[in-house]
Ligand binder design. Structure first.
Ligand code: CP
Length: 333
């Protein structure tokens, strides 16, 4: 794959010399080495080149079948996995509880066995229960890809976010990445913390203390190596990347925040606050956006916003992951 050989990235360290992909499943990125992050980003770059062609299709996964099994709603993740699989010439089956025998009480394990009997090579799972993809991986011959499990992890979102930053900044190390909002309940936040710190970026979490990772004192928290800063002005000062999280409206009734108006007063990203970040700062949001809640509507598609690019890059990154997980290791793309 000649594009993968192009210019060595600043992400690389000595550890990151050429490696082969060895993971059967993609459940989390908590065990990724820098070299594995690097391989995903480089493979995604090659996939992005394919997406720039008039015909965005290559035969890399011809003859393979991929199932998407989404127990929770999704627009971006499910749609981009389907497009990614089709761009690589795989066949795709899409299952949701409402449109499958899950609605009749079929268990996750039974559904997996059924998909395997049909010969699927990979199952992309989203589930409201943290750990569901791990259970699936224990029972599956097929590769399992975690498309979001409860509050736990959303590894492919973090990888596409990292790719989007890397594509623009040409590096990840030492960048100040501010994650703004409800990081306590966010699988996106958890995976991005692991991803960005894993390649040497400096992550700051900002939000009301009740929506930050649980701790007695915010200086002591479960994520070593990151900063927790409840003061939005201090947090945004000098940021290279501002990643706004969706405010999960159910939190409003759980006693963890007073009300939306109060949240907006203190934590909505607006133009004045975003101006505290560096002049070339990137504005990100994993989507879906609650307009005029966590972010001022004018900012959503402002010049600094890469929200739509995150979605587009999601296809390239998911192509890369499908290719790495179930493609022939030495196949040409
Ligand atoms: N960011 C994200 O996971 O979006 P969807 O819920 O639309 O897949």
């Amino acid at each position: 794959m000649s594009n993968m050989e192009k210019e060595r990235s600043e992400l690389l360290t000595e550890e990151s010399e050429q490696i082969n992909w060895t993971k059967k499943h993609l459940l989390d990125i908590d065990d990724f080495s820098k070299a594995e992050f690097d391989l995903v980003l480089k493979t995604a770059s090659a996939m992005k080149e394919i997406l720039s062609r008039p015909i965005k299709k290559v035969p890399a996964l011809r003859g393979k079948t991929i199932a998407t099994l989404f127990y929770e709603p999704s627009t971006r993740t499910r749609g981009s996995f389907e497009l990614a699989a089709k761009n690589l010439s795989a066949d795709v089956i899409n299952l949701t509880p409402a449109s499958s025998s899950i609605v009749k009480g079929e268990s996750l394990i039974d559904t997996l066995h059924t998909l395997q009997a049909m010969g699927v090579n990979a199952v992309v799972i989203r589930h409201s229960m943290a750990g569901a993809p791990y259970l699936a991986a224990k029972h599956a011959r097929a590769s399992i890809i975690n498309a979001g499990d409860g509050w736990h992890a959303h590894p492919t979102q973090a990888l596409l976010d990292m790719y989007t930053v890397y594509e623009q900044k040409k590096r990840l190390k030492d960048l100040k990445v501010v994650i703004l909002g409800d990081s306590r309940h966010s699988r996106v936040a958890r995976s991005n913390i692991l991803g960005f710190t894993g390649v040497g970026a400096k992550v700051t979490l900002c939000g009301p203390l009740t929506l930050l990772p649980p701790s007695i004192n915010y200086k002591y928290h479960p994520y070593p190596g990151i900063e927790i800063e409840p003061d939005i002005q201090k947090a945004l000062n000098g940021a290279d990347v501002v990643m706004v999280l969706r405010l999960q409206k159910e939190r409003q009734h759980s006693g963890l925040m007073p009300d939306i108006r109060e949240y907006k007063n203190h934590y909505q990203l607006n133009r004045q606050r975003f101006a505290l970040a560096k002049p070339d700062a990137m504005l990100m949001h994993p989507g879906p956006v609650n307009e005029n809640v966590e972010i001022e509507p004018e900012l959503i598609r402002c010049p600094a916003s890469v929200i739509d690019r995150q979605v587009a890059n999601g296809i390239a990154v998911r192509m890369a992951l499908l290719y790495l997980v179930i493609g022939g290791k030495n196949d040409e793309i």
